[in-house]
Design a protein around this ligand. Sequence first.
Ligand code: GRF
Length: 194
Amino acid sequence: MIKFHGPDKLKTAVFISGNGSNFKNLVKFSHSKASPIKINLLISSNSKAKGLIYARQKKIKRKIFKLKNKIKDENKILNQLDKSSIKLICLAGFMVILSQNFIKKFKGQILNIHPSLLPKYKGLNTHKRAIENNEKYSGCTVHLVTSKLDSGKIILQKKVKINKNDKPKTLAKKILKQEHILYPKAIKKIFFNL
Ligand code: GRF
């Protein structure tokens, strides 16, 4: 498991593909005294990701890799991670499945946030599927990334009630709000055993 050594914050990269609200939230968290991480690098698989604008404002190094050629781009990403001495990767709405080879190189050092109560609803369209199955609750999960999709060790979860009139959009909004609380909490749990 990840160890937090000395007074220096752990150099962290966040990987996104879209909005980047979790990225923004992690940046805010990283600026707090309680944070064991510092965000040194943003990797985006999408050149139009909103998070890129925020990273520029906050002067965080940012790189775009579309990963159409996965092996080639993953190697370029590994290079960037090495250059920035990254020790932790936080996936946050990153829509690309990383290769086994990549994950092996960062074994036990990649976290992901998923908008369901894993092991339920791995993959996409989680909110729609949870509503269609008449679930009373859904939620979000922070877990370690392994080569099996959405299946690594669970660090923390938060339950969210599904109301009768919830639609995928309204549920997504409620869950996203909880994600912003859960991700920093999970990081603190890993480092400080809270
Ligand atoms: C979140 O719901 C996250 O759990 C999922 O993708 C969404 C990303 O949202 N993997 P954002 O880009 O952080 O706003």
